[in-house]
Design a protein around this ligand. Structure first.
Ligand code: TGC
Ligand code: FAD
Length: 387
């Protein structure tokens, strides 16, 4: 956060390592990502392989994991990296989250030593890209209903089914695929070159355009017995990975919000309406003040949850509090900023509408806002209202 927006001195809560990681991420976002994003968003294409290698060289892929070439930084440092990268674009943060918190985390947490050694060093270097296939065309919020299945054939596994809305799918070298077996839901490490696997890209997205999103089709994909993640049993496997990615989003969404607010404060200082700067009107200042208060509260919440994660006490419903609040507030900030830029707010010359459009996806993926309300509702009342 710039000094002027850090109203409550969140910086005083950060360690030197966290400030360093944030500075590196901010530099990369400012120099490498921000200038290119308008075109990537407009053309809906990103140099995913190059970006993965550059992010890997900076240590940002699987950065909160230990061993296997991963940087092993703390949760707050990881969160701050997500914040700075999402200040450039939510799609860039998705690339980082899906690689590190979903695909790599699944292998790191639940994989065999052989799976970890095969994939994690290459993935942390950005030489191999991963994706995470949980959602299906008919089962998004309710992954327990998944139809993708894996059956034994001798020593092999044979996978059939399809996954939908999968980030990094078409550019991935490896897919972590969750499938129903006779023994409940299990995870599989699927090299994407395996016969029967394909990943057509989803086009015509109006949100998260600077991100690859794909369908995964599994048509008699035959894998050796060793492809199954041995330590993940049941839905708690994939849901455990979601906690990690949702944590990054709690910080990341505040990055998109900060970028909107910084842009808007600068704009309001220069835009003359009725003979004086827009920033000098009380109505504008009320909007800016309310947004800055929500931004500061959101970042404080993120850092607090990061400290709980450091201690190992962070609970899923606390992650839901952060994801629900920070994404909801980020989208509200993006929309309010848009009103201040008025017509210029819809232009690609400014990042506001791009962030607002992206945040529509962020509100939906990694658990919709309604799912997080229900998780919190269950924690408050003891009643599950999902079914
Ligand atoms: P439920 O019966 O409550 O639980 C089944 C088992 O899972 C355990 N569990 C969790 N474990 C770890 N972390 C969590 N957050 C967990 N929540 C539940 C639970 O203890 C139980 O374990 P066990 O051992 O007793 O079997 O499950 P349910 O079927 O009622 O569903 C609960 C619900 C709705 C909260 C869950 O299904 C859910 O979170 N749905 C949302 C799905 C979702 O978020 N999908 C995201 C896909 S990935 C993605 O969007 C990537 S976007 C790109 C990017 O990140 O940038
Ligand atoms: P649905 O589940 O059909 O929900 C429709 C509506 O019903 C929502 O408003 C929802 O909140 C509401 N609803 C659902 N259940 C209830 C209930 N019990 N009570 C009240 N309301 C309810 N998935 C992956 O597995 N991997 C990825 O990499 C990935 N990347 C994505 C990238 C993008 C850009 C997008 C948009 C999605 C991505 N997803 C990914 C999928 C994402 O996780 C799902 O879209 C999300 O979980 C919601 O599922 P759905 O879209 O099927 O909505």
């Amino acid at each position: 956060m710039t000094v002027s927006l850090d109203l409550v001195d969140v910086d005083s809560l950060l360690t030197a390592e966290e400030v360093d990681v944030r500075a590196t991420a901010r530099r990369f976002a400012d120099e490498r990502l921000r200038p290119a994003l308008p075109e990537w968003f407009e053309t809906a294409s990103i140099p995913a392989r190059e970006l993965a290698k550059e992010l890997g060289a900076l240590g940002f892929l699987g950065m909160h994991l230990t061993g296997y070439g991963c940087a092993g930084v703390g949760p707050v440092a990881y969160g701050l990296a997500c914040l700075e990268i999402e200040a450039a674009d939510s799609g860039m943060r998705s690339l980082v989250s899906v690689q590190g918190s979903l695909a790599m985390y699944a292998i790191w947490k639940y994989g065999s030593e052989e799976q970890k050694n095969e994939w994690l060093p290459r993935m942390s270097a950005g030489e191999a890209i991963g994706c995470f296939g949980l959602t299906e065309p008919d089962f998004g919020s309710n992954p327990a209903g998944m139809r993708t299945n894996a059956r034994r054939d001798g020593d092999d596994w044979v996978l059939n089914g399809s996954k939908m809305w999968i980030t990094n799918g078409s550019v991935a070298d490896v897919a972590v695929v969750w499938a129903r077996t006779d023994d409940g839901v299990r995870g599989f490490v699927v090299p994407t070159a395996t016969s029967g696997f394909s990943a057509p890209e989803i086009k015509q997205k109006m949100s998260l355009r600077a991100s690859v999103t794909s369908e995964l089709v599994l048509d008699d994909v035959r894998l050796p017995a060793s492809a199954m993640l041995p330590e993940a049993r049941g839905l708690s496997g994939p849901l455990g990975c979601l906690n990690e990615a949702r944590f990054g989003i709690i910080f990341g969404a505040m990055g998109a919000a900060r970028d909107c607010l910084e842009t808007t404060i600068a704009y309001a200082g220069e835009r003359i309406v009725f003979d004086k700067p827009l920033a000098a009107y009380q109505l504008t200042q009320a909007k800016l003040a309310d947004m800055a208060v929500e931004l500061n509260k959101g970042i404080l919440l993120a850092v607090h949850l990061g400290r709980l994660k450091e201690k190992g006490t962070l609970r899923p419903e606390q992650v839901s509090v952060g994801k629900l609040n920070n994404v909801r507030e980020a989208i509200a900030i993006a929309r309010e900023c848009r009103t201040i830029l008025a017509a210029n707010g819809i232009s690609g010359d400014y990042p506001i509408m791009r962030h607002a459009n992206n945040l529509e996806s962020v509100l939906t993926y990694e658990g919709t806002s309604e799912v997080h309300q229900l998780v919190i509702g269950q924690a408050l009342t003891g009643h599950s209202a999902f079914r």
